[in-house]
Write a protein that binds this ligand. Sequence first.
Ligand code: ADP
Length: 238
Amino acid sequence: MNKEVKLLREDGLRLDGRRYDELRPIKIEAGVLNRADGSAYLEWGSNKVLAAIYGPRELHPRHMQNSMKAIVRCKYSMASFSVPDRKRPGPDRRSTEISKVIGEALESVIFTEQFPRTVVDVFIEVFQADAGTRVAGLTAASVALADAGVPMKALITACAAGKVEDTVVLDLGKLEDNAGQADLPMAIIPTTGEIVLMQMDGHLTPAEFRKARDMAVNACYQIYEMQKDALKRRYAAE
Ligand code: ADP
């Protein structure tokens, strides 16, 4: 968080030419893997993310089963080559945290009680990271779950907003994330407006928080259309 870097241009646009409330370009494709039960590939700016679903299937070892409901297990990982300096492979504190919050968000929409004793495995692989990978991963995983046919009450859509140079902006890029003042990743259930993930890094005043929240939620509705479109294209292709 460093205020010295100039992130907003004289012409009122951001360094990458976006307006304050403009998303990076997003592309979603459902059903890209043959071996997984469901999958989705998502590009969001320079982020490249793949989500794969296995299950619901019987959970082993059996002592880990829940006799009342399915367990949702999420594993978010970033490839060594996903960031400019090689990332040490394997789990770390950050990926453990992201896996936890994404898994909990997804569990809130899956009808887990319909599949006692089973597990639904959600794998999120980040091939290229450029800030906002948790919202990209969650958005992709939700499409992949629908592609797998896992019964869910709704899709989940995620997006972040934040603050750079005392200005609230949507969907921070890497430079904005590094040099900005706050980041607010959020996820909602678009059909109900319910918030299923919200984290905050940095500081926002209550008014800035409300503005950032509204910006992120509005963007989620745009992304929701892209998720539905990816699923429609997937099933039209069959
Ligand atoms: P998110 O990707 O959800 O925004 P963070 O705010 O923790 O999550 O990370 C912001 C960005 O910082 C990531 O998208 C990635 O580009 C970069 N980053 C995260 N971890 C590492 C790492 N170990 N090495 C280099 N860059 C990283």
